[in-house]
Design a protein around this ligand. Structure first.
Ligand SMILES: *Cc1c(COP(=O)(O)O)cnc(C)c1O
Length: 356
């Protein structure tokens, strides 16, 4: 599970541990209001360098990064409303819940969160008129932004959709003067086979959220990247200032993790894991109760006809040699990129045998 998809380099990686040790010997934290520090500056330069964005805001987690992104768009436009799609997941805080699928895990809090506007889930395959709802929504009211997970919807159902739909969505939003936010918290750092999910569609948003694998699964950190243009539209100070903003330990280890990733043949590793997941999970296709088996990048998913009954299934997975955490009708794996061919065989073998 890479600890909720974050530990892409595995556990106790010496490079990440050394970065943390070195930083704690310099200083652990200092407020980031009116002060700055090398770990944040260096990480910001690295992130803007590899993405082409101009500005970075460091947040405490993925959910907070989503809150920050939405607030940036609202402050920049003066419009309160956000457009999004069904089937998405953007985090557990109130603003993030408001753009997460309302029929999903946050259903209990419906009355508590702001009501945003949802259109149908992005399609796995294109059909004529599959953006009509978006066109209609954009034509009928004003929005600060549209937010989506590029190409792969993660915790909302582990589904992928046609990249050309994303490209067309961006085109429609731009034509309507609506800012585009990509939540790359799950899809970033190579997980889908490209460095970013958006690379499958060759598009760029106005605002991008990252998190999860940013620190290689060692510390909590999220970041929001944006352009000078959005920064200028925000005008004065952006009204968000977390106490532990740009925590130096998290920034130092993030810099080490991203640099380590980029110094390796991550694309080759993800491609190999992808093929091994595909081959290893294929046997599940013929099992009764299996609705679908799908693989994208280093993500392997088996979708069942019925909820999997985690309390029964998980001990069996462990007994078969792999700790996997299914949810709902999904049994899935997102292994660290350091997994060897043998490691992947252990994971896929355990899943197939446990399901059998
Ligand atoms: C995990 C996730 C979040 C929330 O990140 P946290 O660090 O858990 O708050 C937001 N968006 C997506 C797409 C995620 O996968």
């Amino acid at each position: 599970m890479s600890s909720w998809w974050a530990a892409i380099h595995g556990y106790r990686h010496p490079v990440l541990d050394a970065a943390l040790h070195a930083q704690v010997d310099r200083f652990a934290h200092v407020m980031f209001g009116g002060l700055t520090h090398a770990p944040a500056v260096e990480l910001a330069e690295l992130l803007t360098g590899i993405t082409g964005f101009d500005r970075v805001f460091f947040a405490d987690s993925g959910s907070v990064a989503v809150e920050v992104a939405l607030k940036m768009c609202v402050q920049a436009t003066g419009v309160p409303r956000i457009l999004t799609v069904r089937g998405g997941y953007h985090g557990d805080t109130a603003g993030a819940m408001s753009v997460t699928d309302p029929d999903g895990m946050h259903g209990l809090f419906r009355g508590h969160v702001v009501e945003q506007v949802f259109v149908s889930r992005p399609p796995a395959e294109r059909t004529p008129g599959d953006l009509d709802e978006v066109t209609e929504a954009l034509g009928s009211q004003r929005f600060a932004a549209v937010i989506v997970e590029p190409v792969v919807q993660g915790a909302g159902g582990m589904r992928w959709y046609d990249p050309s739909w994303l490209a067309d969505l961006v085109g429609l939003a731009r034509a309507a003067g609506v800012l585009v936010v990509f939540d790359e918290i799950a899809t970033g750092f190579g997980r889908t086979g490209e460095l970013w999910g958006m690379d499958h569609a060759h598009v760029r948003p106005d605002v991008m959220c990252i998190g999860k694998a940013l620190t290689g699964g060692t510390m909590t950190l999220g970041a929001v990247l944006t352009t000078d243009e959005v920064g200028e539209r925000i005008g004065g100070p952006f009204m968000h200032g977390p106490t532990f903003m740009a925590n130096p330990l998290a920034c130092a280890v993030a810099q080490a993790s991203v640099s380590l990733l980029l110094s390796q043949d991550w694309r080759g590793a993800v491609e190999r894991i992808s093929q091994e997941l595909y081959g290893g999970l294929a046997a599940a296709r013929d099992l009764p109760g299996v609705a679908d088996v799908r693989v994208k990048g280093a993500i392997g998913v088996i979708e069942l006809d019925e909820p999997c009954g985690m309390s029964v299934l998980q001990p069996r997975l462990v007994a078969e040699g792999a700790w996997v955490r299914p949810f709902g009708r999904l049994v899935y794996t997102m292994p660290p990129y350091v997994c060897t061919t043998e490691d992947i065989a252990v994971i896929t073998g355990a899943i197939v045998r446990a399901l059998s």
